[in-house]
Write a protein that binds this ligand. Structure first.
Ligand code: ASP
Length: 389
C-alpha cells in the first residue's frame, strides 16, 4: 500500500537520524518519495540475472527485460518503468562497440525531461567495464547540467535459482535511479547487494558470492537500506568524465599485455607489429615490470604507440617510488603513462576512447608532450601534478 507523503517524510527523518548516529560519514538525507511523475528506463543487456537453468541444469538466457521487471513486486509503485531490450547476452560477449551503442542510446534517453535515471541489467563478468565506459563516454552536458544517475546492476544467481538476487538488485537500483542526484556523486554507479559503487573503482572480487562487487581501497559511495538511499560525501572525485563529444565509432586498437616473471617483451613486440594505437601493460605492485621488457616498450613509444602501465594488484596506485630498471621511474623516463588506480581492463577502454577522438589524435601529432600530460592527468591527476607542473 502506498504511504502518504507525510508518513514518508517522517520515516525519512527517522532513518536519517539513526544513520547519523551510526556513522557521521553518511551525509545525504535518506531518500524516499513516490515518483509517480518520474520514469526510470531499464536497459536489459543480459547476464545471469536474465538466465534460467535448461534441462541439463546449465544457466542460459531466458528472460527479457520485461519479464525481469514484471516479476518484481512493488517496482511499478516507485515510478514509471520503461524497458529497452538492448540485447540478451552473457557479458563475455559484450564488446566496446556495444558499450558505445549503449552509451549513445542511454544519453538520448536521459535527455527526456520525464526520465529521472537509467538502470542497466548486465552480466557481472564484464559489468565493471561497461560501467566504466558509460562513465567516460558521457558528453559534456552530463558532467555540467544533466545530473541523472545511470545505475548498472546484475545478479550472481540465475532467475530460476533459489535465493535469486536479481529482483532485489533491480529494485534497489531503481531506487537509486529515482534519486535526485546531487552534483557531487558519480553519474555512473554499480548497485548490487544493496551497495552503491563508483564505476571508476568497482571490480568483481569473487566468482560466485553475491557480495562480489567491491571498490578496493575506497569502499562503496553509498548504500540502499529498505526504501532509503544514502550517499557518502566526496564521491565526485571518483567521476571519470572525459568531456569529449561521444564518437560514432571507436577506431583505436588497444591491447593489454600482462607482465610475467622473466618477460622479454615479445607480446609487446607482437602488439606493435599488429599495428595497435596503444598498449596497457599490467605490471606488478607499484607498476614495476621486468627490466627485460623495457627495450620493447621504448620501441613501441618511439613508434608513436601510447604505453600505459597499470598494476595487477587490486588496490592502490602505480607510483614512481623505485628507481631501479623496470620501475615506474624507468617507464616514465621512456615516455610511458601511469594508470593510477585504474585497472588494466578499464585503462584499455580509456585509451580506446581517447585515441578514437580526432582532436586528441591531432594534439598527439602536434604536441606529443602536451598529449602525454593530458593523458596522465585523465588517468591520475595526483601523479600528473607531480610530474608536469
Ligand atoms: N557469466 C555471467 C555474465 O557475465 C555472469 C553473471 O552475469 O553474473 O554474463
Amino acid at each position: 500500500m502506498k504511504k502518504t507523503k507525510k508518513e514518508i517524510s517522517i520515516q525519512v527523518e527517522d532513518a536519517f537520524e539513526n544513520q547519523q548516529n551510526l556513522s557521521d560519514m553518511v551525509l545525504d538525507d535518506g531518500y524516499l518519495d513516490i515518483m509517480e511523475d518520474k520514469t526510470v528506463v531499464v536497459y536489459a543487456v543480459g547476464g545471469t540475472i536474465a538466465m534460467k537453468s535448461d534441462s541439463t541444469g546449465a544457466l542460459v538466457p531466458a528472460c527479457s527485460g520485461e519479464d525481469l521487471t514484471a516479476a518484481i513486486p512493488g517496482l511499478s509503485d516507485l515510478c514509471n518503468i520503461e524497458v529497452e531490450e538492448f540485447s540478451n547476452v552473457q557479458s563475455s560477449a559484450v564488446t566496446p562497440k556495444m558499450m558505445l551503442d549503449l552509451s549513445r542510446r542511454i544519453q538520448k534517453t536521459l535527455r527526456r525531461p520525464e526520465v529521472s535515471g537509467v538502470v542497466v541489467t548486465h552480466g557481472t563478468d564484464t559489468l565493471e567495464e561497461t560501467a566504466y565506459f558509460l562513465s567516460i563516454s558521457l558528453s559534456e552536458d552530463f558532467q555540467r547540467e544533466i545530473f541523472k544517475p545511470i545505475v548498472v546492476t546484475g545478479a550472481m544467481r540465475g532467475a530460476s535459482d533459489v535465493g535469486a538476487d536479481g529482483p532485489a538488485n533491480i529494485l534497489a537500483s531503481v531506487r537509486v535511479a529515482c534519486h535526485d542526484v546531487r552534483e557531487d556523486i558519480p553519474r555512473v554507479m554499480v548497485c548490487l547487494n544493496n551497495e552503491i559503487h563508483a564505476a571508476t573503482r568497482v571490480t568483481k572480487m569473487h566468482s560466485a558470492n553475491c557480495a562480489t562487487f567491491q571498490s578496493p581501497g575506497w569502499g562503496p559511495v553509498g548504500y540502499v537500506d529498505e526504501d532509503c538511499v544514502y550517499f557518502r560525501n566526496g564521491g565526485l572525485q571518483l567521476e571519470a568524465g572525459l568531456n569529449f563529444p561521444t564518437p560514432s565509432r571507436l577506431t583505436a586498437k588497444v591491447d593489454i599485455v600482462k607482465a610475467v616473471t622473466g618477460d622479454m617483451g615479445e607480446f609487446i613486440d607482437f602488439s606493435v607489429d599488429r599495428g595497435v594505437d596503444g598498449i596497457v601493460v599490467e605490471g606488478f605492485g607499484r607498476g614495476n615490470i621486468p627490466y627485460t621488457m623495457m627495450p620493447s616498450i621504448k620501441r613501441a613509444i618511439k613508434k608513436g604507440i601510447v604505453v600505459v602501465i597499470a598494476t595487477r594488484v587490486k588496490a592502490g596506485r602505480v607510483l614512481d617510488c623505485y628507481g631501479y630498471k623496470g620501475s615506474v621511474t624507468d617507464s616514465l623516463s621512456v615516455g610511458a603513462i601511469m594508470a593510477g588506480e585504474t585497472t588494466a581492463a578499464k585503462a584499455r577502454l580509456h585509451l580506446m576512447y581517447i585515441l578514437s577522438q580526432k582532436s586528441a589524435r591531432e594534439l598527439q601529432k602536434e604536441d606529443p608532450d602536451c598529449f602525454r600530460a593530458y593523458l596522465q592527468e585523465t588517468l591520475d591527476p595526483v601523479l600528473s601534478s607531480r610530474l608536469f607542473e
